[in-house]
Design a protein around this ligand. Structure first.
Ligand code: GTP
Ligand code: MG
Length: 197
């Protein structure tokens, strides 16, 4: 699929103020700084549609972007960032969980994990919660450009093994780099194939 138009629609902290749930929607979630906002820019061929930062905790609201006037991409705040205050942190999780639980047009949640790291407990717990709640998700390995081909392949294998301790099979996954564009076609094709509500 080609992205012809990508427009920022609204940022807000309340699910009930999100745009009407009348088009398919895909959201990006994961630890702070993992590359959610950068991935949205990469997928839409924009430099700064979604705001990015080297400092974790940049995205603090639910951000809707309308693509090709047909479906939404949603940038969410990160979880697991210790430096934001406790109140803000529990505020984030409330936003995230209420968004995920109540957004009926959500087709798929992309759970981003840094391809340089082992499986993290916080991500595994989060995926388990998604599974228990029947939320469709796939894994996106980010920042693949930071590794050699060999190290990247080794890390993905290790991650799969770590997942298979708790899961019967590996969820669908994508390997991406927002700086090289790796994975763009695969994710857009996936969206094209599932783009119905
Ligand atoms: P929060 O909004 O704070 O939760 O972070 P985020 O997950 O949206 O991360 P963001 O896209 O703001 O990126 C965080 C940092 O990682 C920025 O400095 C990006 O430039 C960098 N980054 C993101 N994706 C990639 C990538 O694929 N490759 C490289 N080399 N850097 C990346
Ligand atoms: Mg962000």
């Amino acid at each position: 699929m080609k992205v012809n138009t990508a427009e920022f629609i609204i940022s807000n902290s309340e699910v009930k103020k999100c745009p009407q749930a009348n088009m398919p929607e895909y959201a990006f979630i994961g630890r702070s700084n993992v590359g959610k906002s950068s991935l949205i820019n990469m997928l839409t061929n924009h430099k700064s549609l979604a705001k990015i930062s080297g400092k974790p905790g940049k995205t603090q609201l639910i951000n809707h972007f309308l693509i090709n006037k047909e479906w939404y991409l949603v940038d969410l705040p990160g979880y697991g960032y210790a430096k934001v205050s406790k109140n803000l942190r529990s505020g984030f999780s409330k936003i995230i969980y209420s968004y995920i639980e109540s957004r009926e047009n959500l087709v798929n949640l992309f759970v981003l994990v840094d391809s340089r790291h082992d499986a993290q407990q916080i991500d595994l717990n989060f995926m388990e919660w998604l599974n228990m709640n029947g939320i469709a998700f796939s894994i996106v390995f980010t920042k693949a450009d930071k590794l050699t081909k060999k190290k990247l392949a080794d890390n993905i294998e290790t991650y799969k093994k770590q997942m298979l301790v708790r899961w019967e099979e590996m969820p669908p996954y994508f390997i991406t780099s927002s700086s090289s564009g790796m994975g763009q076609e695969e994710i857009l094709n996936f969206i094209e194939e599932t783009n119905k509500i």
